[in-house]
Design a protein around this ligand. Structure first.
Ligand SMILES: Nc1ncnc2c1ncn2[C@@H]1O[C@H](COP(=O)(O)OP(=O)(O)OP(=O)(O)O)[C@@H](O)[C@H]1O
Ligand SMILES: [Mg+2]
Length: 216
């Protein structure tokens, strides 16, 4: 008799039951100052009001989530951290957390942060300027790719922003459920976006300030 042994690796052990494997990936794209982060803050505020999401980590390399911003967008009880060790310790020590993390060198720190998020599961992860960690041209962060491709099994919801969609690893674009597209005028980015939806060629460069198109 031939025995089939289920291959067990770290990931097959760590998956959640199917009914708990829920998540979305939401992206916000546009030129600087177009309204991307504002939109993410609005969406996050709505999501957190539901009370279902207990672990939230915002990776904020440009300092866009200071106390004033958080207050304005009704995002209460966030702890601001700027030290990697403190971040990892805090995430593992608390069953519930709301953190804004301001990294010094995100490319060096993303592996530890991403592995912690994957291990903890049920996390809402906001990544500002995601092109910094999963660029199209140079080597993307493997742990971020894991969170994007297999994060559903760990209920990792991801919100991301970029100014330059053409320079982000395509796996992210393929796996994103909803895009908020603000004004984009740069040629490469525009042709990349209009490749997704050719009817938007005229609209995207002519969007008004804070105006956006939602693509699902
Ligand atoms: N819908 C809006 N209504 C009012 N003010 C807005 C709106 N959207 C954005 N703003 C304001 O415009 C400014 C820029 O917006 P935001 O921070 O979202 O830009 P961004 O696209 O994230 O730019 P960057 O790429 O430089 O981070 C902020 O001060 C923000 O409060
Ligand atoms: Mg921003």
């Amino acid at each position: 008799m031939k025995l089939f042994q289920k291959q067990q690796n770290e990931d097959s052990i760590n998956v959640l039951p199917e009914e708990e494997r829920k998540r979305e990936i939401i992206g916000s794209i546009g030129k600087q100052g177009s309204g991307k982060s504002y939109k993410i803050k609005e969406q996050l505020s709505i999501l957190l009001k539901s009370g279902k999401f207990k672990k939230v980590l915002i990776i904020d390399p440009m300092g866009e989530y200071n106390e004033k911003d958080l207050k304005k967008h009704k995002l209460p009880n966030f702890k601001l951290i700027d030290n990697l060790k403190e971040l990892i310790d805090y995430m593992f020590a608390n069953k519930e957390f709301r953190i804004v993390y301001q990294p010094l060198y995100i490319q060096d720190e993303i592996t530890s942060i991403g592995e912690a998020v994957y291990t903890l599961a049920n996390v809402v992860l906001v990544v500002e300027e995601i092109d910094l960690i999963i660029p199209q041209k140079s080597k993307p962060s493997p742990v971020m790719l894991k969170l994007i491709q297999r994060g559903r099994h760990r209920a990792i919801t991801i919100y991301w922003t970029t100014q330059t969609p053409a320079e982000v690893n395509k796996l992210l674009i393929k796996n994103t459920n909803t895009f908020y597209v603000f004004k984009v005028t740069e040629k490469n980015d525009l042709s990349y976006l209009t490749f997704m939806r050719s009817d938007l060629k005229e609209k995207i460069p002519n969007l008004a300030k804070y105006e956006f198109i939602e693509i699902k």
